[in-house]
Design a protein around this ligand. Sequence first.
Ligand code: THU
Length: 136
Amino acid sequence: MAAATDPTDTLFSAARAVQARAHAPYSRFRVGAALRDETGVVHAGCNVENAAYPVGTCAEAGAIAAMAAAGGRRIAAILVLGDGEALVTPCGACRQRIREFAGPDTPIHVAGPEGVRRTFTLDDLLPASFGPDNLA
Ligand code: THU
């Protein structure tokens, strides 16, 4: 019997596939993101830059939009993949985007081409955050 695929490997493969489709002609920095929703379905997104630079969107934003459009409502885990030596941790805006659909313990895997480099929790990256609960 074949070994079951590791859930993080599945996210890595999904992020790797969409990274290749990034539209990044300005930074030339391609990013892929993949997340698992509360039902186990995986959604992915890549960065999509724009000639009007600030209009460009991050890979995480694309993955979250895909999740919402498919009916997913919670992020169980997310993986972000980029090239280069430095860790591609989500930008500040994307930490807040993830916050909307995740809890403090939600894993955020940061990967390079060779695999996962570090795993953070959302609370590691966005402590004392503001979220939907603050509006209750
Ligand atoms: N980028 C992402 O897509 N996600 C991140 O977490 C960091 C940065 C993109 C935005 C831009 O298209 C390029 O990487 C360079 O900043």
